[in-house]
Design a protein around this ligand. Structure first.
Ligand SMILES: [Zn+2]
Length: 285
């Protein structure tokens, strides 16, 4: 009887050790596909009360999870690197956004820098189909691509008022036969609550954000373009330009900010330069 109890205790201890080892392996790297700028913030946020020149980072995320390597957004297309903008984007967009991205800042090289290759990436989550977020999905032909179904429709046939720039068909016209996990709302990626995909439309028809549970850092919310930067939340809240729907935009902003407040979870924005300079280019465990 005593023996059986000891065995049971040992078995339980092993199980617990196994679980905690797995959970502690999950870590997140915050990087960027270079920056845009400088330009007047009012070009992005027309309601912002004063003119000021800003740079913005093009945030991307690499999650090393026990169930597989995940990339959240793939940044600007590699053709845009090292001054190649007009070979891939319209001249108007190049002169407005002023992309500064070196070849080393493209997602494949960012992965290499951390000791991974594009082939090792199991899952690519794409927040939305704008050129600075979906730009390099074709570097991941063997991954599972997680995106809202309605966003794929928008990518291939954007609303008329959103054409002529932010959706670059050449970024994904070779990806039509990829493995897409098309979603219609929220999704628990690994079925264990550690990576929750949150439907946050408004900026585009099918924009999605991600909420993560990290062993040491705790819960973090990666808004991407549901909330560009802290300035959008100042004062009464300054609405971003370029929205598919302002009503949906506000619902998504409120969803994320209330989640932040209720769960006491930091909100890491899609294009906030102050946050990136302080917290980017490092691991979060
Ligand atoms: Zn966008």
């Amino acid at each position: 009887m005593i023996k059986r109890t000891v065995f049971a205790a040992l078995f339980a201890a092993l199980c617990v050790a196994g679980v905690s080892t797995t959970a502690s392996a999950q870590k997140l790297y915050w990087t960027a596909a270079g920056q845009f700028g400088p330009f007047n913030i009012q070009g992005l946020i027309p309601t912002y009360p004063e003119a000021k020149d800003i740079f913005i980072p093009i945030n991307m995320w690499i999650l090393d999870h026990p169930m597989g390597l995940v990339v959240y957004d793939t940044g600007n297309n590699v053709a845009v690197a090292d001054g190649g903008c007009t070979s891939h984007w319209t001249e108007g967009l190049c002169s407005f956004l002023i992309p500064g991205m070196t070849r080393a800042e493209v997602i494949d090289k960012q992965l290499e820098k951390l000791g991974y290759s594009t082939d090792q990436v199991k899952i690519v989550i794409t927040s939305h189909s704008h050129l600075d977020h979906i730009g390099n999905i074709e570097m991941f032909p063997n991954a599972i691509h997680v995106i809202q179904k309605i966003e794929l429709y928008q990518a291939w046939w954007p609303e008329t008022f959103q054409r002529g720039g932010a959706h670059v068909m050449a970024d994904y016209d070779g990806a039509r036969d990829f493995n897409f996990l098309t979603l219609d709302g929220d999704y628990d990626l690994f079925g264990d609550g550690t990576v929750l995909i949150l439907s946050t439309p408004g900026h585009t028809l099918g924009h999605q954000s991600v909420k993560l549970k990290l062993p040491e850092t705790g819960t973090v919310i990666l808004s991407q373009d549901a909330i560009w930067m802290a300035e959008n939340l100042e004062g009464p809240g300054y609405v971003a330009g370029l929205n598919y729907s302002i009503l949906d935009y506000w619902d998504s902003v409120h969803r994320l900010t209330m989640m932040r407040d209720i769960e006491n979870a930091p909100l890491w924005y899609g294009h906030g330069i102050a946050q990136y300079e302080k917290m980017g280019e490092q691991w979060y465990k």
